[in-house]
Design a protein around this ligand. Structure first.
Ligand SMILES: Cc1cc2nc3c(=O)[nH]c(=O)nc-3n(C[C@H](O)[C@H](O)[C@H](O)COP(=O)(O)OP(=O)(O)OC[C@H]3O[C@@H](n4cnc5c(N)ncnc54)[C@H](O)[C@@H]3O)c2cc1C
Length: 202
C-alpha cells in the first residue's frame, strides 16, 4: 500500500495529526492524498492515565476511553484515513523519494512519515535510531529520548510529533504537536501557503 503520509503511533500526537489531516480531505490540494496511521496502542502513555485537566474532556475520562473513542472519531468523521491496527513499526528505509515502512506484519510505502511513538528509551525502529538524543525537557533519571528535530522536522520527509519531539509530557502539548505537524504537511501540499482547517456551524 502506498501513502502520501503515514503516521506511526496512535496516541495523543498521532491521532491528533490524523484528525487534522483527515479534515482537509475536501480541499483541492489534499483530495488525492492517501493518509494512513499505524495504530499500535499497547505502549501508549494514555493507557493508565486519568485526564481531568484537558479542555473539552469530561471529568473522569480515562486514557483507555480516549484511545478507543479516538479511533471511532477518526473513522466516523474522516473515513478516508486508513487505520492500520495492531501493527508495530520495526524499520524505516529511506529510498530518497519515498520510505519503506516495515511492521511486524506488512510493508508500506510512504512519501512522508510522522513518528509519534512517545519518548521511551526502548525505541526500536531501525533506520531512525541515528536521530535519537536524550530528552531535554523530562527528568534525566527517567532516561527518556527525543528525535533531533527543528520545529518537528527530522530530515527530508520525516517529521516527529508529540513527546518524542522534545516536549514535556502533557496531553494537550502532545496533541498540539501532532496538529502542528499536520498543518506543516498541509502547508507543503498547498504550495507553501500557510494552511489551517477550520469547520464552522454555518
Ligand atoms: C499514568 C499517566 C497519567 C497521565 N496523566 C496525564 C494527565 O492527567 N494530564 C495530561 O495532560 N497528561 C497526562 N499524562 C501524559 C500524556 O498521557 C502524554 O503526554 C501523552 O499521551 C503523550 O502523547 P504521545 O502521542 O507523545 O505518546 P503516546 O500517547 O504514548 O502515544 C504513542 C503511541 O505510539 C505507539 N507506538 C510505540 N511504538 C510503536 C511502534 N514501533 N509502532 C507503532 N506504534 C508505536 C504506542 O503504542 C502509543 O499508542 C499521563 C501519562 C501517564 C503515563
Amino acid at each position: 500500500m502506498k501513502f502520501d503520509v503515514l503516521i506511526i503511533g496512535g496516541g495523543a500526537a498521532g491521532m491528533s495529526c490524523a484528525l487534522v489531516l483527515g479534515s482537509a480531505k475536501n480541499k483541492d490540494f489534499a483530495t488525492n492524498k492517501k493518509i494512513g496511521i499505524v495504530i499500535h496502542q499497547k505502549a501508549s502513555a494514555l493507557a493508565n492515565g486519568l485526564f481531568n485537566n484537558v479542555l473539552g474532556l469530561k471529568t473522569g475520562t480515562t486514557g483507555k476511553e480516549i484511545l478507543e473513542n479516538g479511533k471511532k472519531q477518526l473513522a466516523k468523521n474522516y473515513p478516508d484515513v486508513i487505520q492500520i491496527e495492531k501493527e508495530k513499526v520495526t524499520k524505516v528505509e529511506d529510498k530518497k523519494d519515498y520510505f519503506i515502512v516495515t511492521t511486524n506484519k506488512n510493508t508500506y510505502e510512504a512519501k512522508t512519515i510522522v513518528v509519534a511513538v512517545g519518548p521511551s528509551n526502548l525505541f526500536a525502529i531501525d533506520g531512525l535510531k541515528q536521530y535519537i538524543e536524550p530528552h531535554g525537557k523530562l527528568p534525566a533519571k527517567k532516561e527518556r529520548i527525543q528525535l533531533k528535530n527543528i520545529e518537528h522536522k527530522v530530515a527530508n520527509g520525516i517529521y516527529v510529533a508529540g513527546i518524542l519531539a522534545g516536549w514535556r509530557s502533557q496531553f494537550a502539548i502532545a496533541a498540539g504537536s501532532g496538529a502542528h505537524v499536520a498543518t506543516d504537511i498541509l502547508t507543503e501540499w498547498n504550495d507553501g501557503n500557510p494552511t489551517m482547517i477550520h469547520d464552522t456551524i454555518f
